[in-house]
Design a protein around this ligand. Structure first.
Ligand code: NI
Ligand code: MN
Length: 226
């Protein structure tokens, strides 16, 4: 698997000759190196329904024909917007052409605010495990710390984990460092920071807190191979 980070929570994975975009928030993302109009993924995976994660999904999926994989409520909403979407839910796993995906719990919100101010509920927020060729990538989505991260790591030995560190909306650096310990991932990459004023962080402060010394700061465009 070839994995690249693209600012905020945007991660791209190439696996089995297929391209997967996770949480493609590109338009309005001041940190990203991507352009939405250049993206032609085979799959889009969404962790939850907030704008800084759904991002350019509708435009990219309609143009490229990508299959969007998300929890049921979000997937059905996207279907109503004319997108090809596959609904799943927390605890569920399924094989696709790129490998296997499993949705895990996350403690956060998920909804889309309409023009009249009311919210459309988008189901539970999630994290995802993506597995292929004996390698496992975990994208935690937006979440607070929870001790069942120990179980996630026990059941699925993780090679690479993307964890939010921005604080305010998600775990901050201290809780994320504990999450990294719980998960026992081989390598941990901080995400979801610096994009907006309330989530300014120094990612090196996070990696310096990791007792296992397994933190890796990826700049937008950086690639890791597993
Ligand atoms: Ni969110
Ligand atoms: Mn977010």
């Amino acid at each position: 698997m070839k994995i690249s980070f693209h600012g905020h929570s945007v991660v791209k994975i190439e696996s089995n000759g297929k391209t997967i975009l996770i949480d493609p928030f590109i338009t309005g993302n001041s940190l990203t190196d991507l352009k939405a109009e250049n993206q032609n993924p085979d799959f889009i995976v969404l962790t939850h329904g907030h704008g800084d994660h759904v991002g350019d999904t509708v435009e990219i999926a309609k143009r490229s024909g990508a299959l969007v994989i998300a929890v049921n409520e979000l997937a059905l909403y996207l279907q109503s917007r004319g997108v090809n979407a596959h609904p799943m839910h927390i605890g569920g796993s399924r094989e696709f052409e790129f490998g296997k995906i499993k949705f895990t719990q996350a403690f956060h919100g998920s909804g889309i605010q309409q023009e009249d101010g009311t919210f459309l509920y988008m189901g539970m927020p999630a994290g995802v495990l993506i597995m292929n060729e004996g390698k496992t990538v975990y994208h935690a989505g937006d979440t607070g710390l929870f001790s069942d991260m120990k179980l996630i790591g026990e059941l699925h030995p993780i090679d690479l984990a993307f964890l939010p560190i921005g604080d305010n909306f998600t775990m901050g650096p201290e809780d994320a460092a504990l999450a990294a310990e719980f998960l026992q991932a081989k390598t941990v990459v901080p995400i979801h920071y610096d994009t907006f004023p309330p989530i300014q962080q120094n990612p090196e402060d996070f990696t310096s807190k990791l007792k296992a010394g397994n933190g890796k700061v990826m700049q937008p465009g950086d690639i890791t191979e597993l």
